[in-house]
Design a protein around this ligand. Structure first.
Ligand code: HEM
Length: 108
């Protein structure tokens, strides 16, 4: 099974010693790649702890870079954390409408 990490966990790896980042909702640990990255160590360290999708795409990485990165994928980013509040709000609204209709129909 794929390991799932929260944004909070990724954020903790904003270090030179254990840099992780997110690209398209996938989590990468590039600790062992720092010394090999053709673009140097600095851009990877700068992206550490963050979502690096835009930075990665802006460079226009080659297909071989995209194949290479698979080796460093450690899991995916947990989804739905920000959405759950909205889900509850919609559920509450739906319930309020149903109760409203029921009250109108039966209580009058
Ligand atoms: C696991 C993820 C990554 C892999 C496997 C990877 C791989 C590579 C490779 C193979 C190149 C040589 C050019 C090419 O083939 O496209 C490259 C260049 C470069 N990469 Fe990455 N990269 C990764 C993540 C990043 C990130 C997050 C940044 C942040 C900005 C970055 C910035 C750069 C830069 C600035 C260059 C130099 C481009 C140039 O010389 O024109 N890379 N990378």
């Amino acid at each position: 099974m794929t390991q799932v990490y929260t944004a909070e966990e990724v954020r903790k790896h904003n270090t030179r010693t254990s840099p992780w980042f997110v690209i398209r909702n996938e989590v990468y640990d590039v600790t062992k790649f720092l010394a090999e990255h053709p673009g140097g160590l600095d851009p990877l360290v700068e992206a550490a702890g963050q979502d690096a999708t835009i930075a990665f795409d802006d460079v226009g990485h080659s297909d071989s870079a995209r194949v290479m990165m698979r080796k460093y994928k450690i899991g995916t980013l947990a989804k739905g954390q920000g959405c759950s509040k909205l889900k509850w709000a919609l559920l509450a609204l739906g319930l309020a409408i149903i109760i409203g209709i029921a009250v109108k129909r039966y209580a009058m």
